[in-house]
Ligand binder design. Structure first.
Ligand SMILES: [Zn+2]
Length: 688
């Protein structure tokens, strides 16, 4: 199944002001905040009033608000108070006459929010699409970063929001819904958070609302009319995953859970609601992939916010507990394949200049940061679980959910919980995985087998390049009888081993179940779309066979993260250029002496192409194929072959989402074929 996580992974980190949450626990400076806003979508206008109660002893106040806002008044007990407002910072001193008790400050303001909406949303690697605040007739999205309400520098202990919209438009935000109703030309709703976490986001649109109460939690869908029929499926799935995670981690930590539709293709997980784009909600597999991912964030990242000072651990943990764990529960093979995919993605997409240690990952900004923060992070949690066992691993997660709810949490906090629950000091184990970029590079070397007595011995070395990791590396010897498994303690560059078997050895495998995070050798990585995304030197070539304009070809390059690639025409391609680069062709070049042969089963003809004997001639067909250039170059060539400009326009944005595949065929509006030729590794898999 294709994972569309590329464009539906949440970016909640951008919306949580973690240092503020930390400050809250030292000094709860804000007692409560009430926010009342009226939205006028036809004018992109928000008119708001917020009352903020500060703790006794507060002398000065600083609030963040959209720099574009107009602040109409700031009052204390009905008295207008002088203030300054510049570059989004609203500050004032509190006159001494207001005494020693708590101080209630009211701010009246208005602002226009009209960020441009994405034109080609399918092909962005930026999960926000650059939209922080948009109040439009199609819908409203006001992210925390937009400054749609005056935000104090620490999170209040209680927060409420009242929203007024034109009748027919419904709003949704964090917290328990305490009122909903329509009065004449206006709709109203009220929301209350007993445990506010970080900043607030708000959405509104012509929603149809469905609701259900399950195990004491209010579940809602806020869907546009076109998707309203999907509501019951989403409510069923929400109930299923909330129960699954409640059993694993402890009670659901918020007042409600709402699935909210967005008018551009986000995948945000906010405290107590998730915001999924219209096109995403309709994708049939989302309900069992991205959706549980966002639900798992309710605990990890939302109720237990990330303290970014040691890096963002939440994406790795949620990838592990949702995207991965659900596969593992279906079958061990699916779990193993997923882990191998994480290693292949890392190896294909991360280059030395885009690599970073997990301790420096904050949020996804490009393919490399995604496979580090999500993929490598997930593998680190897998290795912890393998080291300490399920009981200690899930026991630690439950302990954190019990003891650290609504408190910012670091990698060190997680490490302490895993250490405590396993009775082992994991500090040096964690240090090597969190503070170093890259990963171990491991190969089998000098492997021989010989008869020994009545049985056999297979010996050799495991080699790793510097810096050395300390690992317990699984080896498996397949024989004519049962396989022999060994855990080899690897600490340095060369580690010898010898494995005895009673029956004849046939094959030796390094980490056969993919338990360890490592950088794969070139021959272990299948050639895929990701190989192009991770290319260090790519050259794009327009051929005479190209049936798309250069503009669409460039859009394809941009969606693959290769927008700066030089585009030349076929007649400029010479031997020298071929040698120095990976190549991507629009169309099939006339001269292909140095290019790879097409794999068996794929033939190109002037009208179209055939794949597995299926002929695609219709103008709406498109073939995308990535092949290895002849060994030992290690380079690749991709062929982008739309059968018409319209097909190129339609399918180009989709290609980037099929990163793990080496050949793709689109026609009749959908993907028809996706395939990958497996790699044939000699460095981790030796047959006798
Ligand atoms: Zn996420």
């Amino acid at each position: 199944m294709v994972r569309f996580s590329v464009f539906i992974v949440c970016a909640l980190s951008a919306f949580l002001n973690v240092s503020n949450v930390l400050a809250e626990w030292r000094e709860p400076a804000v007692v409560r905040q009430e926010i009342a806003v009226t939205l006028t979508p036809s004018d992109h206008l928000l008119v708001g009033e917020s009352t903020i109660t500060f703790a006794a002893g507060t002398r000065g106040v600083s609030l963040k608000l959209s720099p574009a806002a107009i602040v109409e008044s700031v009052t204390i007990a009905g008295d207008k108070i002088p203030f300054s407002f510049a570059e989004g910072d609203l500050s004032l001193d509190i006159p001494a006459k207001y005494g020693q008790g708590t101080i209630e400050i009211a701010v009246c303001y208005r602002a226009i929010f009209n960020d441009p909406l994405p034109l080609h949303p399918g092909s962005s690697e930026d999960p926000t699409y650059g939209v922080n605040g948009a109040i439009t007739n199609r819908g409203t999205f006001l992210g925390y970063g937009a400054g749609w309400y005056p935000a104090p520098s620490s999170t209040p202990r209680f927060r409420s929001v009242r929203v007024t919209t034109p009748a027919g438009t419904e709003a949704v935000t964090a917290g328990k819904r305490t009122y909903i109703g329509t009065n004449g030309a206006f709709s109203h709703s009220s929301w209350e958070e007993q445990h506010p976490v970080g900043g607030l986001s708000l959405c509104a649109g012509p929603y149809r609302i469905e609701e259900r109460r399950v195990d004491g939690v209010d579940l809602y869908t806020y869907f546009y009319p076109d998707n309203a029929s999907l509501a019951s499926r989403y409510l069923d799935a929400a109930a299923k995953y909330l129960r699954l995670y409640r059993d694993l981690f402890g009670p659901y930590p918020f007042e409600k859970f709402a699935v909210v539709e967005n008018f551009f293709p986000t995948g945000y997980g906010f405290p107590s609601f998730t915001l999924l784009g219209s096109s995403i909600i309709r994708l049939p597999f989302i309900i069992d992939t991205s959706f549980p991912h966002e639900i798992a964030h309710s605990w990890w990242g939302n109720a237990i916010p990330v303290d970014h000072s040691e890096g963002n651990w939440a994406e790795g943990l949620v990838t592990y507990l949702a995207d991965y764990l659900l596969k593992e529960r279906r079958s061990p093979t699916e779990g193993r394949d997923y882990r191998m995919q994480l290693l292949a993605d890392y190896t294909a997409l991360v280059t030395p200049d885009t690599d970073l240690p997990l301790s420096a990952f904050t949020s996804r900004v490009d393919p490399a940061s995604r496979v580090i923060g999500y993929g490598k992070g997930a593998m680190v949690f897998h290795m912890i679980r393998t080291e300490i066992g399920d009981r200690a691993f899930f026991g630690a997660l439950r302990e954190i959910c019990r003891d650290r709810l609504y408190r910012s949490t670091t990698w060190s906090d997680l490490e302490r919980a895993f250490s405590r629950n396993s009775g082992r000091d994991l500090s040096s184990f964690m240090k090597q995985w969190l503070t170093r970029p890259g990963g171990p590079r491991l190969t089998l070397s000098k492997v021989t087998r010989r008869r020994e007595g009545s049985g056999w011995a297979v010996s050799g070395t495991v080699e790793q390049s510097s810096p050395f990791y300390e690992l317990r590396l699984p080896l498996r010897l397949d024989t004519d009888g049962p396989p022999v498994r060994e855990l080899l303690q690897v600490t340095r560059g060369v580690t010898p081993f010898s494995i005895i078997s009673a029956t004849e050895p046939r094959r030796l495998l390094l980490d056969p179940e993919t338990e360890i995070f490592r950088v794969l050798a070139q021959d272990e990585v299948p050639v895929t779309v990701n190989s192009i995304k991770g290319s260090k030197q790519l050259l794009a070539v327009m051929t005479e066979d190209c049936r798309a304009g250069e503009e669409i070809f460039k859009r394809l390059l941009e969606s693959l993260g290769k927008g700066k690639t030089t585009v030349i025409s076929e007649n400029m391609l010479d031997t020298e250029r071929i040698q120095g680069h990976d190549l991507i062709f629009c169309g099939i070049p006339k001269q292909r002496p140095q290019l790879p042969p097409f794999p068996a089963g794929i033939t190109i003809h002037s009208a179209g192409f055939s794949i597995s004997k299926e002929v695609v001639n219709a103008p709406d067909g498109l073939l995308f194929m990535v092949l290895p250039l002849p060994a030992p170059s290690g380079r690749v060539a991709a062929f982008f072959r739309p059968l018409s400009a319209a097909a190129a326009e339609q399918y180009t944005p989709k290609i980037t989402h099929y990163g793990k595949y080496g050949s793709l065929v689109f026609s009749a509006g959908a993907i028809q074929h996706k395939g990958t030729t497996p790699a044939s590794a000699k460095t981790s898999d030796i047959s006798f």
